[in-house]
Write a new protein. Structure first.
Length: 360
């Protein structure tokens, strides 16, 4: 391990790469690690499948470069899944303990890319095994040490642009995303800030997984809100009583395409009417049912993919701006922003990627 200063995170311990080649491709991952490769990798393993969305904006067929993947369910692309994923073998499920070292090494990757959640960078035996086998490792998100949205986008796109040798396209996407974040920041300045309960995992029978200040504090603040935070990390559970006491004025749930009997069904290609039914059901939990958010019709839901892909976070930011500051941010147009991003994808993402109860 080595100690480095990472912008937005302060001084952090990150894994020091042990195998470096002269020449070739030089890149820096999101945690600040220098990555050296002899050439553009052709056998990549993704331990966080959501990186495939970023790759898909840079390559016409990202699956041709990916030989293994973990946490495939986190992509949550519905009927689009076969087009994005194809026949990529799985090397793990949704948690770090499911990742197979033997499965990874057996696929002979020339690069393993992970999130800090799926592959903790500090003290991980898996990291040690991969490095001992001469396999380079890179990280594209920090989880509880998550960077603010603009920095996360810049670093993630810079890394993938360099690794895939698509620097110009990555820079173009970065400029566009930053311009949309700037637009949100500009229109939300100086307004009264409603109290926002952002729920990371919205299920009908298990309240209340609240967004933490890592990443979310900056994003909600940019969009003109005051986050009701349960921790300084990515998320933590609030008690019903604790949430009731803070009286949220805006509620934003997170939905997905899987397990629609347990959570709001919001995601690519799903039925918006059923999604709103699920969102209404989520808002009936005791902590929200008596809140100003429900009384004033400020109940919204998003697809989980808007959280997990840095490419799509500007779309989420525009949604939040319109919801939190409907007056000064009325000109924001997340539909237009999504359409611009879809133009980079061979398989565009259909809606609904966000919903509001007031839209029905």
């Amino acid at each position: 391990m080595t100690r480095r200063t990472v912008l937005g995170l302060g001084t952090a311990l990150v894994a020091a790469p042990r195998f470096v080649w002269a020449g070739g491709i030089q890149a820096t991952d999101v945690l600040g690690n220098a990555i050296s490769l002899p050439k553009a990798p052709e056998r990549i393993i993704l331990l966080d499948a959501t990186d495939l969305l970023t790759m898909a904006a840079l390559l016409p067929d990202p699956g041709a470069r990916v030989v293994g993947m973990a946490s495939a369910a986190r992509l949550d692309l519905g009927l689009l899944t076969p087009k994005f994923v194809g026949q990529i073998p799985e090397v793990g499920q949704l948690s770090p303990d499911t990742v197979s070292v033997e499965g990874i090494i057996g696929l002979k990757p020339d690069l393993v890319v992970a999130s800090a959640y799926m592959l903790p960078p500090e003290g991980s035996l898996l990291v040690q095994h991969l490095q001992a086998a001469g396999i380079p490792v890179a990280w594209t998100s920090g989880h509880d040490g998550a960077l603010p949205a603009a920095e996360q986008l810049t670093r993630a796109m810079g890394f993938w642009g360099a690794v895939l040798q698509r620097q110009d396209r990555a820079a173009e996407l970065t400029r566009f995303g930053l311009s949309r974040l700037d637009a949100v920041r500009a229109c939300a300045q100086g307004a009264d800030r409603p109290r926002v309960y952002m729920e990371i995992m919205s299920t009908f029978d298990d309240c209340c997984w609240s967004a933490g200040r890592a990443f979310w504090g900056d994003l909600i603040g940019m969009a003109g809100g005051d986050l009701i935070a349960s921790s300084d990390g990515w998320s933590a559970k609030l008690s019903t009583e604790g949430l009731l006491a803070q009286q949220p004025q805006v509620y934003v749930a997170t939905g997905a395409g899987f397990a629609p009997d347990m959570q709001p069904g919001i995601g690519p290609g799903l039925d918006p009417a059923k999604g709103r039914e699920g969102l209404r059901r989520a808002a009936m939990c005791p902590a929200i049912a008596g809140s100003a958010a429900l009384r004033d019709g400020r109940v919204h839901g998003i697809w989980s993919g808007l959280i997990t892909s840095p490419l799509l976070v500007p779309v989420l930011a525009e949604c939040l701006g319109k919801w939190l500051q409907p007056g000064s941010c009325a000109a924001l147009d997340p539909e237009k922003t999504l359409a611009a991003l879809n133009a980079y994808l061979v398989h565009p993402l259909p809606g609904p990627l966000w919903l509001s109860l007031g839209d029905d």
